[in-house]
Design a protein around this ligand. Sequence first.
Ligand SMILES: [Zn+2]
Length: 277
Amino acid sequence: MAMLPAPADTGIVFRRTDLAGRGVSIPATWRHVADMPMCTALEADGVQVATVEHVMAALAGGGIDNLVIEINGPEPPIMDGSAWPFVFLIECAGIAELQAPRRFLKILRPVTLAGGNRSAALKPGRGFSIDFEVDYDSGAIARQRYHIDLVDGAFKNELSRARTFGFLHEVDALRAAGLARGASLDNAIVVTRDGVLNEGGLRFPDEFVRHKALDALGDLYLAGAPIIGRFEGRRSGHRLNHRLLRALFQRPETWCWSDSSDAGTGLSAEPRRAAGG
Ligand SMILES: [Zn+2]
């Protein structure tokens, strides 16, 4: 995978370089979400790229608005199962500010989806914040609740290192779907009945719910712009996050575009449209 600088108004675009001659570009927006279990996949012209959520979270957290991501296979490298390696590489490459105003998506009225014991909502708020609660039927995780205001540095320090996790019995299902073929203890937390298999243990006591917040941030960045508002998720996952975005865009009275991030958010209100270098 390679990240290439892009001019203003490009947005985030994936390009499958292993399909030479077809020139397939896949915009990273909610309109291009493909139905795939247990990850966020994008599709255009019958071509997919799967498991983009951790890359998208790194871009959301880093304030990258315009980027072309070349990739020579069906999913980005999983790395250590977190967004940290992508954050590190983006910082090494540097970020350029473009001479164009940033565009934000401001939530004006609450949009809530709920069903069974799951729910997801976007509500008006200052800056962008995430409230997440997980409740697994597992002694190793059980109930965890987490809140984060995405002010400067918060994503990198509090969320980016939280790794993906799976239950021992689920690894087989992922492999059957052709995903996570390289899954190992190097790129995921593996949860058993009694704890985690990983020798080093957890990076945070509540690493699981932090990772779910990271996933939500990546999924919501498919809005096509940083969101000004508050996300509340209860046992939400990729599918519900995507449905929430679709519901939002179906109700024009619930949001508006804004060229200001509001004061005190950590999201810069200065003209600042960044491109990965
Ligand atoms: Zn994830």
